[in-house]
Design a protein around this ligand. Structure first.
Ligand code: BGC
Length: 848
């Protein structure tokens, strides 16, 4: 079952370890900069490169880096319910990682979705630990079978971004084991990821990276994990404890905690021992060996290879993850031969390829739905476009009408190093580096100038009090014709930049059409106090946003309504851009951004066109106040660089939709199990996982009225029938596997794929029983099959004995109680029906 294929290497790790000096050992236990482990040239120990992230290999630069393939987000992969496809994506991501000269990919992310507000949910698979664990295992297998180490992350209980570095997650042992650790356990036991990343947060009072219970007892001792454990970036919180519990690598370097002088002191004082250091070093050397770096020590330059096979795979996977949630009167697929006009509204000229933060990368290209639709039917059908709503969180980059020093479109950026940190700009100070800069978003993470200047000449297309904004990490100022028009202050709060612009201050300035204006932005790097997070000290980030007043204040809805009124069909594209769904930030509510603009658009369009179809691109469930007034709804997630083609393939029926929800869609935020306990109490920096194991459908099964679309749901353009199930054996024993076999018939007219979902319903407790209360059912297995029209396919799903288990907190082990377990089968958690049962004759325990 092992998916990791440590390459055959004769390198003697123990022999090397014995020759290392303490200084060399410690150099190996922290990153060398952001993306490398340290080399020890004396002993021929090469450096290993790592790269983000969960949906592709970005390479070294956070912005405008080497182009890379953008794969569907994990939630979209989960929605395919296709483990083979997930594995093929893993393989392609391995190929991409190699083009970035890296041997370790910092993904997949597997933490369960706890609340629809979670900013990083899109990066992660599902609310259900089995679906998440199996899809993650498949991605890991695909990566590692192709020579790239996977990094499963963030261990553990990292279900929110709010105060992510400090929040204390208070979670019971049962929920921890059954829900939050389970995807890690499944992925680790099935696919043995060569690396794991700890999370930033505390779990029950102790930061994850120094949490003995999590890292030592559970991960290392109980699960026997012997891969490399690294901290999240800036997420190493001490010297001794992290080394002792088993965190091998402090990321990034230079170390904040693992400094030689401190280590020598700790060794002398006896608070740290050499055996622990040696264990950590052994792990790092083993990773270097496992990824074959001793045999190929050379550093490989980053390249951009736009592989047609990857393009096809991303399109196929994106389409297979799309979930058709509503299709009244068969409005979909679009019968384009019979359609004269389609209103193409909303964000149809945006490709919602990915979420923000470390999932971001410079995609080879991005196909928008509008482009894809135009290519497919633009010659024969009248496409009527209107944006209909602004959804900016930050004003867009200030690019239109701007030229640089050479008269070319874009800006010039100059990076400065000061003679001394407190000197500032002095007369005659020359920039260290000057280069053309196309956009107005800047992040100096990899190299750290003391200050930057951004210069350009701007000619507006209209007269007005135009809007601009300048969120920054650092002290930012905007000058127009050398006059200071905005001083953002020393920016003590980096969230203005890194949390996507929630703190963006919008200002207005008068401009006259056709006049030219000399623009200059200056930003000074923040001190440690100004940056708030030590890792961010000295690193400049800023975004210069701009909109002309006429565009900012235009009545977009009226245009969209006019386009929709007599169109044969109205497609309204809505979603969360990467500014809204991103690392570093949780949503404040479940509504689409911004300030209701997209909901108002859908409502206005649906009011004039009964054939309105909403195409939603979000990584999470959103509030749908208009659901009863639209005819169709597609949930498309973030489908990668081919999102436009994938969506249009489904809209036109080239692909019959086969995605099924990997998360329940609640009716409202108040209906969610974590409501009132997300993101927790910010005054005490504590979040209580008070709902225990009642996460997702484990909660909604008890409250069906609270769910709009249940876990596992999704329609198709064809229809399927499930035959009777043959369950064998019918007894479940410790270590046992049961197979469930049945026929799936495609009873419709077109080919399609169906997901067979098998749930196990534990025996109901007698009243007065003191046994732990179990969920009504849990997902125990699934399979996806393609079936030709009017044909049948035999499907076999395996149920492992662990699916019947619960965490027995009193006994501190897993338990399976005797009794009858119903086997429920269907194509959603709500529609599955009784197909037989399994008997556990005698209760048993196992583990931990
Ligand atoms: C994220 C990690 C990521 C790392 C490097 C951290 O802030 O939490 O997921 O791999 O940065 O970019």
């Amino acid at each position: 079952m092992a998916s990791s294929v440590p390459r055959k290497s004769s390198v003697d790790v123990q022999g090397l370890l014995e020759q290392l000096t303490l200084q060399e050992k410690m150099s190996l236990l922290a990153g060398n900069g952001l993306w490398y482990t340290a080399a020890v040239a004396r002993l021929g120990i090469p450096s290993v490169k790592v790269t983000d992230g969960p949906n592709g290999a970005r390479g070294e630069l956070f912005t405008a880096g080497t182009k890379a393939a953008c794969f569907p987000a994990a939630v979209s992969i989960a929605a395919t319910w296709d483990t083979g496809l997930a594995q093929r994506i893993g393989k392609a991501m391995a190929e991409e990682t190699k083009t970035k000269g890296a041997s370790v990919l910092l993904g997949p992310t597997v933490c369960p979705h706890r609340s629809p507000l979670g900013g990083r949910n899109f990066e992660s698979f599902s609310e259900d630990p089995l679906l998440a664990g199996l899809q993650a295992a498949s991605v890991i297998q695909g990566l590692q079978e192709n020579g790239i180490a996977a990094t499963v992350k963030h261990f553990a209980a990292n279900e929110q971004e709010t105060m992510r570095n400090t929040i204390n997650v208070v979670v019971g042992e049962r929920a921890l084991r059954e829900i939050y650790l389970k995807p890690f356990e499944i992925a680790i036991k099935k696919a043995q990821p060569l690396a794991l990343m700890t999370s930033y947060n505390k779990v029950n009072g102790v930061h994850a990276d120094q949490n003995e219970h999590l890292v030592k007892e559970i991960l290392r001792d109980q699960w026997g994990y012997n891969g490399l454990v690294m901290s999240d970036y800036g997420g190493t919180n001490s010297l001794e404890d992290t080394i002792k519990v088993g965190v091998d690598l402090e990321m990034p370097g230079p170390p904040q905690h693992r400094r030689l002088a401190a280590v020598e002191k700790a060794l002398e004082a006896g608070t740290l021992d050499m055996a622990s250091i040696n264990d950590r070093v052994r792990s790092v050397l083993q990773l270097v060996k496992n990824v074959g770096k001793f045999e190929h020590p050379e550093q490989v330059a980053e390249t951009a290879i736009n592989d047609p096979a990857h393009q096809r795979l991303i399109r196929e996977a994106g389409a297979d993850g799309i979930v058709l949630l509503k299709n009244e009167g068969g409005v979909l697929p679009l019968q384009t031969a019979k359609l004269g006009s389609i209103a193409v509204l909303g964000q149809s000229k945006t490709c919602f390829s990915n979420g923000g933060g470390s999932a971001n990368l410079n995609a080879h290209y991005k196909i928008t739905p509008y482009e894809a639709l135009q290519k497919a039917v633009g010659e024969t059908v009248d496409l009527r476009y209107a944006t209909g709503a602004h959804i900016h969180r930050k004003l867009p980059c200030w690019t239109a009408g701007v030229t640089d020093g050479k008269g070319q479109p874009g800006w010039t950026i100059k990076e400065y190093m000061f003679a001394a940190k407190d000197k500032g700009f002095s007369d005659g100070l020359q920039p260290q580096r000057t280069y053309a800069f196309p956009l107005t978003t800047y992040m100096a993470i990899e190299h750290v100038p003391d200050a930057i200047r951004l210069e350009g000449t701007f000619t507006p297309t209209s007269t007005g009090a135009h809007y601009f904004s300048l969120p920054a990490l650092g002290h930012a100022k905007l000058f127009i014709d050398d006059e200071l028009v905005f001083d953002a202050g020393p920016s003590p709060d980096p969230r203005g930049y890194s949390e996507g612009g929630e703190f963006e201050i919008r200002k207005q300035h008068d401009f006259v059409q056709g006049e030219t204006y000399r623009l200059r932005v200056e930003v000074l790097a923040p001190s440690a106090e100004q940056a708030m997070i030590p890792l961010m000290a000295g690193r400049i980030m800023f975004h210069l946003g701009f909109m002309e007043q006429k565009d900012y204040e235009e009545d977009l809805i009226a245009n969209a309504v006019a386009a929709a009124k007599d169109a044969d069909v109205a497609l309204v594209f809505v979603g969360n851009s990467a500014e809204w769904e991103t690392e570093g930030h949780d949503a404040a509510n479940m509504s689409l951004p911004a300030n209701g603009s997209q909901d108002r658009l859908v409502e206005a369009v649906a009011a004039v066109n009964p054939r309105t179809v909403v195409v939603n691109c979000t990584g999470v469930p959103v509030a749908m106040p208009w659901i009863d007034s639209v005819a169709g709804l597609l949930q498309c997630w973030f489908a990668g660089q081919e999102a436009g083609n994938a969506i249009v393939d489904v809209l036109l029926g080239v692909v019959s939709p086969s995605g099924r929800l990997p998360v329940s869609f609640p009716r409202s935020l108040e209906d969610t199990p974590s409501y009132g306990n997300f993101p927790g109490d910010l005054a005490t920096v504590t979040v209580h996982y008070a709902e225990g194991i009642e996460v997702g459908y484990r909660h909604y099964d008890k409250h069906p009225e609270k769910v709009l679309f249940p876990f596992g749901a999704g329609l198709s353009y064809t229809t399927f029938e499930f035959g009777p199930a043959v369950i064998s054996p019918q007894e479940l024993v410790h270590g046992g596997v049961v197979t469930v076999q049945l026929q799936v018939k495609n009873t419709g007219a077109v080919a399609g794929k169906e997901v067979v979902q098998v749930y196990l319903a534990p025996p109901q407790l007698e009243s007065g029983s003191d046994r732990p209360v179990r969920p009504a059912k849990v997902l125990a297995g699934f399979a996806k099959v393609e079936v030709a029209p009017q044909s049948s396919v035999s499907v076999t799903v395996e149920i492992f004995f662990e699916s019947a288990a619960f965490w027995d907190t009193a006994a501190a082990c897993w338990g399976v109680d005797s009794g009858e377990y119903a086997v429920l089968i269907g194509n959603s958690s709500a529609s599955c029906t009784d197909h037989g049962s399994l008997t556990v004759k005698e209760s048993f325990t196992f583990g931990p």
